[in-house]
Design a protein around this ligand. Structure first.
Ligand code: CA
Length: 229
């Protein structure tokens, strides 16, 4: 299954050039020529990476980036104007993972795409921090162990994986499809309601047991892990 890259770029010459090069590399490619249609395409999901131009009509790249980050952690590489440091900083602040300055060498962009995709797939297991905390809840990735106020919370493997994913995405609304993709895997065949079942298990072992409220239901969408007790 090849990865799908969304190019959001109003200069059609650049967009077409990128499309050709990326297809040549084996990626599937979609193009949006303004910010709003780029955002709309991203909202549909199933995009593995976004190449986002900063200067776009209708909605700026920064705004697109900010809005995408409200619902997705998809890697975003920004295309910025040459040497404009403030653009780069704003881009990264708004949630972009990386940037490439125009004019760019295609090899550089391709390398950055590979890095961003690799990081995306390894993020689940290795997102930098070994220990995640929320209040008195501590998850140690090294020890594969969860405690609440020092007391061990016994979880099945799937419960642990789900909690890890929730904690790594603290504050972000996660829909069932996203949970399935990241916790059960892309090749999962079955009902997405399985997520509800496992959320219930986690709640009974943590939220209800300790009288806390980490996992909140967002009706009609999914779940969010919050650390404000
Ligand atoms: Ca532009």
């Amino acid at each position: 299954m090849s990865e799908r890259i969304l190019i959001v770029e109003d200069e059609s010459k650049i967009a077409r050039f990128l499309e050709l090069e990326l297809k040549h590399e084996g990626y599937e490619v979609e193009i949006a020529f303004d910010g709003r249609s780029g955002l709309q395409r991203a909202e549909k999901g199933d995009i593995d990476l976004i190449i986002l131009d900063l200067m776009l009509p209708v909605m700026s790249g920064i705004e697109v980036c900010r809005r995408v980050r409200k619902f997705s952690e998809v890697p975003i590489i920004m295309l910025t104007a040459k040497d404009d440091i403030s653009d780069k900083v704003t881009g990264l602040d708004s949630g972009a993972d990386d940037y490439v300055t125009k004019p760019f060498a295609i090899e550089e962009l391709l390398a950055r795409i590979r890095v961003a995709l690799k990081r995306k797939y390894s993020a689940f297991r290795d997102s930098g921090k070994d220990t995640l905390t929320a209040g008195k809840l501590v998850l140690s990735k090294l020890q594969h162990r969860v405690t609440y106020d020092g007391e061990e919370v016994l979880l099945s493997k799937k419960e642990y994986d789900l909690l890890l994913y929730l904690m790594e995405n603290k504050g972000i609304v996660l829909d069932r499809e996203k949970l399935i993709e990241n916790v059960w895997g892309y090749d999962f065949i079955g009902d997405t309601n399985v997520t509800d079942v496992y959320i219930r298990y986690l709640r009974s072992k943590i939220d209800q047991k300790y009288g806390v409220n980490f996992i909140r239901t967002i009706r009609g969408v999914g779940y969010i892990f919050e650390d404000k007790q």
